[in-house]
Design a protein around this ligand. Structure first.
Ligand code: PMP
Length: 360
């Protein structure tokens, strides 16, 4: 078996240890005679896994009791709608920060439910920088302020929390959850789909302060009502059992790797390795402002754009795959989620230096 380093943005690389355990348990989960692919969601076995995943996530992220933790379907994309539906109450407006593709998607969806005030828009920088808070225009009647902590395509990441005038914060943490320490108590609602740092596609985690939830508008499908999911302990509908099981494994793995403090240091080092190559010469071009460079998704181009196809092909032939930029952006993008070992990033950095030397 040859495993490659998969730099894809998601569904993304999983730790080999997790894959091996899944394989080992696949036919017969712990002598139950049943595969997790066949396991009922109300069995004792699954309930134990579900409870462990929640307890581990709470421990890793330091999530207090006043927050509900939900394991849902629908992707982060459904949360673009569920956040306004569940937080607006009688309010008519909400604030959004537009830092790129995924913020824009959240904004577009929210416009169906409320007046969106775009408090800050990265358009003047081509979405490569974040405006300082002093320049933001926040509507104080808004129910909350939504932002995308890490733009998976643009590679723009907040390294600070935009707390403004007590405005409840809603954060899309899809591509950075568990990559570094986060003070959950600063947020009203956090959501993240799982296929990057939490396992496989099909699962979305929602962390929400219960007292900030408001009744959904009448006529809203009950599946979109977070309070229904809380009441049912995330079993309002048949949950994505297998994805939840893989998430439980990912959380255990992360704990054995030293939890968030160790992950933070690893991710800081991994990103620094790659940015050092990008900054070493003019051969590679990193578009993002230094103050908001992502640790998880690093987009870049080659100064000579015509070389990109050869770059991607040669990288793939050396076991460095998934490096093509998003279909809307082109160029190159390296995603360095928790499962990407430092050895993978060193291999990529070495390949990039060698490719540069060979073409200089
Ligand atoms: N937000 C961000 C930051 C993302 O990266 C993605 C997916 N790449 C989404 C939202 C959408 O997630 P999903 O496809 O799971 O709905």
């Amino acid at each position: 078996m040859t495993r490659v380093y998969n730099f894809g943005a998601g569904p993304a690389m999983l730790p080999e240890a997790v894959l091996r355990e899944v394989r080992q348990e696949l036919l017969d989960y712990k002598d139950s005679g049943i595969s997790m692919l066949e396991m009922g969601h109300r069995t004792e076995t699954f309930r134990a896994i579900a409870a462990q995943a929640q307890a581990d996530l709470r421990e890793l992220m330091g999530i207090p009791d006043e927050y509900a933790v939900l394991f849902l379907h629908g992707g982060a994309t459904l949360q673009f709608a569920m956040a306004p539906l569940n937080l607006l109450g009688s309010r008519r407006a909400a604030n959004y920060v537009n830092t790129g593709y995924w913020s824009a998607r959240a904004i577009r969806e929210a416009r169906g439910f409320c007046a969106v005030n775009v408090a800050a828009d990265g358009d003047t920088s081509g979405y490569t920088d974040i405006l300082p808070v002093s320049g933001w225009r926040v509507d104080t009647t808004g129910a909350y302020l939504h932002y995308t902590v890490n733009e998976t395509i643009g590679g723009v990441e907040f390294h600070w929390i935009p707390q403004i005038q007590g405005m409840p914060l809603v954060a899309d943490m899809t591509s950075m959850i568990l990559s570094r320490a986060v003070d959950v108590t600063r947020y009203a609602l956090i959501y993240a789909s799982a296929q990057k740092n939490l396992g496989i596609a099909g699962l979305t985690v929602v962390i929400v302060r219960r007292d900030l939830l408001r009744p959904v508008p009448s006529g809203t499908p009950s599946m979109l009502d977070l309070r229904e999911h809380i009441k049912a302990d995330s079993l309002f509908t048949t949950p994505p059992v297998f994805a939840w099981y893989v998430a439980a494994k990912m959380l255990t793995w992360l704990k054995t790797e030293g939890g968030i403090p160790a992950a933070t240091e690893r991710n800081r080092r991994k990103a620094a390795l790659l940015y050092a190559v990008l900054d070493a010469s003019g051969f590679y071009v990193s578009p993002v402002a230094h103050t908001c460079r992502s640790w998880m998704n690093i987009p870049f181009t080659l100064a000579e754009r015509g070389l990109e196809t050869a770059f991607l092909q040669q990288a793939a032939s050396e076991g460095l795959v998934g490096l093509a930029g998003h279909r809307t952006a082109g160029g190159v993008r390296a995603s360095l989620y928790n499962a990407m070992p430092e050895a993978g990033v060193r291999a990529l950095a070495e390949f990039m230096r060698e490719f540069e030397r060979s073409r200089a």
